[in-house]
Each structure stands twice: as structure tokens, then as C-alpha cells.
Design a protein around this ligand. Sequence first.
Ligand code: APR
Length: 317
Amino acid sequence: CEARKVALLGAAGGIGQPLALLLKMNKFVTELALYDIANVVGVAADLSHCNTPVKVTGYTGPEELGACLKGADLIVIPAGVPRKPGMTRDDLFNTNAGIVKALVEAVAKHAPNAVLEIITNPVNSTVPIAVETLKLAGVYDPKKVIGVTSLDIVRANTFVSEAKGLDMKDVDVPVIGGHAGSTILPLLSQTTPPVTFTEAEKKAMTDKIANAGTVVVEAKAGKGSATLSMAYAAARMAESTLLGLNGEPNIYECAFVQSDVVADCPFFASKVLLGPNGVAKVMGLGELDAFEQAAMAAMLPQLKSEIQKGLDFVKSP
Ligand code: APR
């Protein structure tokens, strides 16, 4: 397989460090460029001692960002501040919007052809910010900007396996919509293998999946949000993306991307086919049951307004 450079921005953080470790263990990665505004040189030195063939380099401060990004095939961004109890993902907007915009401006300049994966919350707004920033720079390619929602799928797979006594590795639940509260909609009716729930169970399972991030924020009691499970989920997304870049056929993941599957909603998470240039195809939603249709209709105003907030931020920050 081809040489692949992955750049990780926000690499010294709670998500960044375990994600860097998982990428250091990934067989498709040849070079790992770690960037942060603090503590990253030590993280890179530490990680570089693991005897896998991935070359690890730390970069710190805006003056080193260009070198970090140059030649990257895949750029993953978890940089930003995490949630504290009582906060929604949207409450992070003011701080994280500016961080994402500045980092994506550097991506536009130094690695305009890379696939870009955004983890920084609120994803419903930061992905539109990334897209609008790339558009302004004249380098936007819809195949290359991906909002990482794979933690919602990982959680759904775990919770449904547990509830139904199924083997974790066999269960796949598509999750659509966005990546905040009730915009997160697991399609339990499309679970593989097929499972059945009563209406009450369906509602309880959907709420459990949508609120799982908040459960972690509360359990961590002020020390942050999901980091290990997020890193695990982001590593899965990166692996699938690298498989697609390497020409492997039939690689599907749910992700939050520019989309026309839902009228008047320019970004939406749904199943996408990953290919040699990133997102090869945004798939349709399949058939939703009555519960899912109602949840879809109920989420759209919030999702659209969070998307608009991101788009507006770039127009007038
Ligand atoms: N450039 C690069 N790195 C930055 C910048 C910046 N402008 N601003 C902050 N960082 C770095 C921090 O130095 C820190 O190392 O981002 C890292 C964030 O780490 P944590 O504070 O531990 O946060 P984490 O739990 O990793 O979450 C980060 O991901 O899921 C989302 O909601 C979460 O938006 C949050 C983000």
C-alpha cells in the first residue's frame, strides 16, 4: 500500500494522545505528524519509542504548522476545549469555532488536497466552518471534508449488542442526522443483524445513544468529555478512510458531510462510501420507520440552525 502521512492537530489532548497511539499502530500510516500548541514535543518523543514503522514528529506553535501539514494525506482535528457538566456541545462554539477556522486556513494553504476529518465540537457547526473556510480559500472539495460521528455508531453498536446479547463484532447500527443531543438518530430499524424493540424500548435506546456523551461528561465531573472511546472511534474512521484511499472497495461509514439527502439541510450524517479521494458517494437513508421519521422531523430545526451558525461564523466572525 502507498505511503500515508497523517497529521493530527490537537495531538497532546485527551483525544489526541490515545488517537496518536492508535495511529502509530495502524499499518497504513507511514508518517504521523503531531501538532499542538502545548506539550506535543514530549508526546511525540514518548510515542516515537514504540517499535512500529510509523515515523513520529512533533510540531508546536503556528510557525511549525505548515511543516506538519505539508504532504499529509489525512488530517484529523480534535483541537479545542471539551465540555464540562451542564454544557451542551453548542456551548463550546465560541472557543472552538475560532480554533477550527484558523487550523483549516492553514490546511487550505499547506495541504489543500488532504482528506480532513473534524472531531472538534460542536461538529454540527465546525464542519460547516471548515467547508466555508476552504470555499473562501478556493480549495473546497466536498469529497474531502468529513465530520467524525463514528463514536455515535460505536456507542449504538455496543448498547444494542448488550441489550440483545449479541456478539459486539457482528452488530452494526447506522446513525444519522448530526452529532448533538436529539440530532443523533440511530436507525434501529436498519440494524444488522435485524433486532426488534417495542416502541418504549426503541425510545429508551435512542435516548441512551444520543445522551451517552453527556453521561461521560457528568461522570468525569469537570475533567472533560469522552476521550478514549472518541479516540477509538476516530481511529476506526481513519482506518476506513485510509482503506478507501488505498483503493479498497465497499468501505462504508456513517459520517457528517455535505449532503443533499435531506431537503434544505446542507450537511447531514448518513452512510457514505469511502474511496480513493475520500467520500466517493453519500448514500440515501433507506426506509425509516414511523418513530425514526418523527425523530427526523423533530431534529431538523436544531440541526439546520447549528449548521447555519457555523456558516455565518465564517461570513462574519
Ligand atoms: N491548535 C492546536 N491545538 C490546540 C489549539 C490550537 N489552536 N487549541 C487547543 N489545542 C489543543 C490543546 O492544547 C489540547 O492539547 O487541543 C487539545 C484538546 O485537548 P483536551 O483539552 O484534552 O480536549 P479533548 O477531550 O481532547 O477534546 C477536544 O474534541 O470531542 C471534541 O468536544 C471535544 O471539542 C472537544 C475536542
